[in-house]
Design a protein around this ligand. Structure first.
Ligand SMILES: [Zn+2]
Length: 367
């Protein structure tokens, strides 16, 4: 071969390589995902993740290779509550503590779940607390105070949602029903029943078909603790949600909350935190398995804030023992919380950012 031919070949080869490289990086860096799954460990700071890591290795959380940290402060507090930080994640805007996806003055902030529905995608939430509770509520309702759970229930029932799994039954039934938490005769549950499958018992949950569904436990407003070994787990609800939502070939948005990591923090109860974070990690595993096979799903796992000011002092990673630990407070702390991301555009969520960047970037991907 002549020298000129060789150099021409080399140039062509280099160009082909460059094109391949550009395609590959564009694919992983700036690709619009068809599906977005946002998983929120409520109150899950680095100490809580470390607690999980001591008792389980490898955790599903270790399967991520893009990570970051986010600040969590709200517009009026150094330490946020779940309403303000959830609003930041769901809408890309900060607000005052207690406000659900609105500005402190009452201007409505559109959420990523609403954007999904606008695009013809499906959308849903899964939580181990009431679905009218702050973290799920910020995705599917807008109210001035998180305490307005009766109004949140009405807005949820009037909404276009495809999956609503958790607790919160008391706010969906009229005051005449025993155990109701309403002070009027409205029945959001009847509205839900008119447009989707509604399961009120574990048996009914297991019998749900793979189409629009709500599930909340009858006669209780709380979801059992992970340590209660209840027959329905966060992982099971997450898998069922994925079965239902993935029927839409336009895609979906799903929020999954490990709600009670926060409650373990408020109780300064290490075992409670440990059991809840491992149950959350089980759900993370189910989501990652789905995303890996689907190849068009962005997964983001983060927290709304840290709870308890937890610190770990002694133990043994090899023997899976945590002996010494302490809590600075019964409430929320202001430390940054971790972000894990996987899938198309995962790199956008790495690095050190503000909690609003998560919401803004998800919305921009689905502009
Ligand atoms: Zn809390």
């Amino acid at each position: 071969m002549r020298k000129k031919d060789i150099s021409q070949l080399a140039i062509i080869g280099a160009l082909i390589l460059l094109v391949i490289l550009l395609l590959v990086t564009r694919d992983t860096v700036n690709k619009q995902p068809r599906n977005i799954i946002l998983m929120i460990g409520d109150g899950m700071g680095v100490a809580q993740v470390t607690t999980g890591r001591i008792y389980r290795h490898p955790m599903h959380l270790e399967r991520f290779n893009t990570m970051g940290l986010i600040t969590t402060y709200s517009t009026n507090r150094f330490t946020t509550d779940s309403a303000a930080s959830g609003t930041a994640l769901a809408t890309g805007y900060k607000t005052d503590n207690g406000v659900i996806s609105m500005s402190p003055q009452g201007e409505v902030y559109p959420t990523i779940a609403e954007r999904a529905k606008k695009l013809g995608k499906s959308a849903g939430v899964v939580a181990t607390t009431g679905i009218t509770h702050a973290t799920p509520a910020v995705f599917i309702s807008h109210v001035k105070s998180r305490r307005m759970q009766d109004v949140i229930a009405e807005q949820i029932a009037d909404g276009p949602w495809d999956v609503l799994f958790g607790a919160g039954w008391g706010y969906f039934v009229p005051q005449s029903v025993e155990g109701s938490l309403r002070t009027d005769d409205k029945s959001p549950l009847d509205i839900l029943k008119s447009k989707m499958q509604v399961a009120l018992t574990p048996e009914e949950f297991k019998a749900l078909e793979d189409k629009r569904a709500a599930a909340m436990l009858e006669r209780t407003n709380y979801f059992p603790k992970a340590s209660d070994n209840f027959e329905i787990t966060l992982e099971m609800m997450t898998r069922k949600a994925l079965d239902i939502l993935s029927n839409n070939n336009k895609g979906f948005f799903l929020m999954v909350e490990g709600s009670q990591i926060d409650w373990g923090g408020h109780d300064n109860d290490m075992e409670y935190i440990r059991d809840e974070i491992l149950a959350f990690d089980d759900a993370v595993g189910a989501v990652l398995d789905f995303a890996k096979e689907d190849k068009n799903t962005l997964v983001i796992v983060t927290a709304d804030h840290e709870t308890g000011g937890m610190t770990l002092l002694s133990g043994d990673f090899e023997k899976h023992e945590l002996v010494g630990y302490d809590f600075a407070i019964k409430g929320h702390s202001g430390v940054m919380v971790p972000v894990f991301s996987f899938g198309p555009s995962a790199a956008l969520f790495g690095g050190m950012q503000d909690n609003t960047d998560i919401g803004k970037k998800m919305l921009r991907l689905w502009d």
